[in-house]
Design a protein around this ligand. Structure first.
Ligand SMILES: C[S@@+](CC[C@H](N)C(=O)[O-])C[C@H]1O[C@@H](n2cnc3c(N)ncnc32)[C@H](O)[C@@H]1O
Length: 241
């Protein structure tokens, strides 16, 4: 699962006993060698879906980490490109890799941007945000977009009950709940808190018009449904700011 350049088990354990922000500061130098960095296949499938919806002006990567989302924003956005994250360690790596982009250190639960972007994306971060926090985050992204702007992110189909992955994710979330009940600071990371229906409801409540598109390059499940869909949340051109 991890390459030889990735973190050791001990380093991962120390990270998991820290806060999310501190944990990512610690992991940052080796993050790109972990499976937590969004794979290029998912980024490229996102670009495939977004390309016909562009061109876009300014782009924002929400919870940018070391800058994986730049692979999507750079070819699609003609304007400035910005990543926002609360981990200074992750942002430092991102700035090294993409010196021409702008990097903002902020907690996305209080996103400090207003009507500045035409496209916002997020990868691999929704599990770090409690469902109760989603309305504030989605409202912040809505505020950060210009009228007509688009917020897009991939969402995997839930694994079937009979699959090993279903039970692995259930087990991970259960272990994380126990960890957070007995240890401070909490490390919020849950795999099963972002079902499409709930995410769609929260986006709609934040003012977005929501559709989804299959990410065909990422394949289909045994029942023929797509393994991943791209959620497309549009801020209406003539809607409330
Ligand atoms: C799994 S990493 C994903 C990084 C990158 N988007 C990628 O796909 O490779 C999650 C990132 O979310 C950031 N993050 C989590 N909660 C955050 C918050 N409330 N505000 C800002 N950043 C946050 C972490 O610091 C970390 O860099």
């Amino acid at each position: 699962m991890f390459s030889p350049q990735g973190p050791s088990l001990r380093e991962l354990a120390v990270q998991a006993l820290s806060s999310v922000e501190r944990g990512y500061d610690l992991l940052a130098p080796k993050f790109d060698h972990t499976p937590f960095r969004t794979p290029d296949a998912i980024l490229d499938a996102t670009t495939d879906v977004l390309r016909p919806l562009g061109p876009f002006g300014a782009g924002l990567d929400v919870c940018c980490g070391t800058g994986a989302g730049m692979r999507v924003l750079e070819p699609l956005c003609a304007g400035r490109i910005t990543g926002v994250d609360f981990s200074g360690g992750m942002l430092a790596r991102a700035a090294e890799a993409h010196p021409d982009a702008e990097w903002v250190r902020a907690d996305v639960r209080a996103l400090p941007c207003t009507a500045e972007f035409d496209l916002a994306v997020t990868f691999g971060a929704l599990g770090h945000l409690l469902p109760a926090e989603r309305p504030a985050i989605f409202s912040g992204v809505h505020r950060a977009l210009r009228p007509g702007g688009l917020f897009a992110f991939p969402l995997g189909a839930p694994p079937p009950l009979a699959s090993a992955q279903y039970w692995a994710l259930l087990g991970f979330d259960a272990a994380m709940r126990v960890r957070n009940a007995v240890w401070r600071p909490p490390f919020v990371m849950y795999y099963r808190t972002c079902p499409l229906g709930a995410v769609r409801d929260d986006l709609t409540a934040a003012g977005f018009t929501v559709t989804t598109a299959p990410m065909t390059r990422l394949g289909r499940r045994a029942d023929g449904t797509p393994r991943y869909r791209l959620v497309l949340a549009r801020k209406e051109a003539d809607g409330p700011g």
